[in-house]
Design a protein around this ligand. Structure first.
Ligand code: GAL
Length: 407
């Protein structure tokens, strides 16, 4: 009898082990910034199964999967406008006739992972059901479907918006922990209530600004009006504005809790090669998630080359997980920017020309206080600096040179 109850106790312990691991945070999710593709920027709420099929094929044929992109993220619009009669989330039956569980299996079979979008309010931004008050039920639904990632948004109606974001986003964090599945949690709170002070305690990543737009420099909202360049608008942020906002906050980032600069607009916008490289270099070196937002079937060869550049991706995935920091003392306000940060084996320097005309820039590398340079390679050109103590050269319009320095 005693033997039987010991056995039953043992079986119970074995059954709850995965649960205990998730609750105690013993998971390895998010140790480097996540990489993948998201449907929103290119397809808005029209995302459907055919689009996902194309993504699966192009991940393979364009070399994106090999470069490290593995999450396929369905943003707003994947779900029906209504819950089931008994209150469960369900897929939009026209767009995903075979349902989400089958899709997750298909993606897993391809070595990829599936992410869904949800909202901390009553509604999503495109008026699908939100999870406010349904957190545990929805987290369990996601887990039962085999979902690997949840992007959780900040829309959703008066009542829910009066609750502090820590409560709304925290409720889903707890629900995911109870779901029994390791689900990456991407908090999307638009940087409104200073998430760099609390987002890291809740999500594996958290958005630090309003939505990115296809503009490199100009925007109608979201501009930095003061030196403290935050909380400036829900949407319409240009690439340069998002970079500028990071000047104030990149130091708050901790490993495993990444500041999310929003999806990449490479391939959507009419950016020059220099602009695309600047966009990608900053997202990578600031340890932002690298989430492609383009229609992959329309990517130019240049865009594919930027998005699959191994040396730049390696900065993003570097084991130290340290974002670059803005170096005001070496930069010239409004003209060019110098950012530096440690990476395994040395450090990295980003040199950005913020102007539409070329500029001559010089920088003494040994003055940066990060050790004495032994070998310096510019990563976009793969060229070695002959004099590794100093850079003297011309930066083209909106160009970013990325120096990897071995010390
Ligand atoms: C916004 C979010 C976007 C996208 C959109 C969907 O709030 O910032 O990235 O998810 O909602 O409606």
């Amino acid at each position: 009898m005693e033997h039987k109850s010991q056995l039953s106790l043992l079986l119970h312990i074995v059954a709850i082990l995965p649960f205990v691991q998730v609750v105690l945070g013993g998971t390895a999710l998010g140790q480097t910034p996540q990489m993948g593709w998201n449907s929103w920027n290119a397809f808005k709420a029209t995302v459907n199964y055919t689009v996902v099929q194309e993504v699966i094929d192009l991940f393979e044929s364009l070399g994106l999967k090999k470069a490290g992109y593995n999450y396929v993220l369905l943003d707003d619009g994947w779900s029906s406008f209504n819950r089931t009669t008994d209150g469960y989330l369900q897929a939009n039956a026209t767009s995903f006739p075979q349902g989400i569980e089958a899709l997750a299996k298909e993606l897993h079979g391809q070595g990829l992972k599936l992410g869904l979008y949800g909202d901390s309010g009553h509604y999503t931004c495109a008026w699908r059901p939100g999870s406010w008050g349904y957190e545990e039920r929805d987290a369990q639904t996601f887990a039962s479907w085999g979902v690997d990632y949840l992007k959780y948004d900040n829309c959703g109606g008066f009542q829910s918006m009066t609750e502090a974001p820590q409560i709304r986003f925290g409720a889903m964090k707890n629900a995911l922990a109870l779901s029994g599945r390791d689900i990456f949690y991407s908090v999307c709170e638009w940087g409104y209530q200073f998430p760099w002070h609390w987002g890291g305690g809740i999500g594996h990543s958290y958005r630090m600004s309003g939505d990115i737009t296809t503009s490199f420099t100009n925007e109608t909202s979201c501009q930095c009006k003061t030196a403290y360049c935050l909380n400036t608008g829900y949407a319409g942020c240009s690439v340069l504005t998002i970079i500028n906002k990071m000047k104030e906050i990149s130091q708050y980032q901790t490993r495993g809790h990444w500041l999310d600069m929003d999806m990449l607009e490479i391939g959507n916008a009419n950016f020059t090669l220099n602009q695309q490289q600047t966009h990608f270099a900053f997202w990578a070196a600031l340890k932002s998630p690298l989430i492609i937002g383009a229609d992959l079937s329309k990517l130019s060869n240049d865009s594919v080359a930027v998005l699959t550049n191994q040396a730049i991706i390696a900065l993003n995935q570097d084991v130290l997980g340290e974002p670059v920091i803005y170096r005001e003392e070496f930069s010239k306000e409004g003209l060019f920017q110098v950012w530096t940060g440690k990476v395994q084996g040395g450090f990295v320097i980003l040199l950005l020309n913020e102007k539409s005309y070329p500029q001559t820039v010089s920088l003494v590398l040994s003055d940066l206080g990060l050790g004495s340079p032994k070998k310096v390679v510019e990563l976009w050109s793969d060229e070695k600096l002959t004099n590794c103590t100093k850079f003297d050269g011309i930066l083209e319009s909106y160009q970013t040179l990325v120096f990897k320095v071995q010390t």
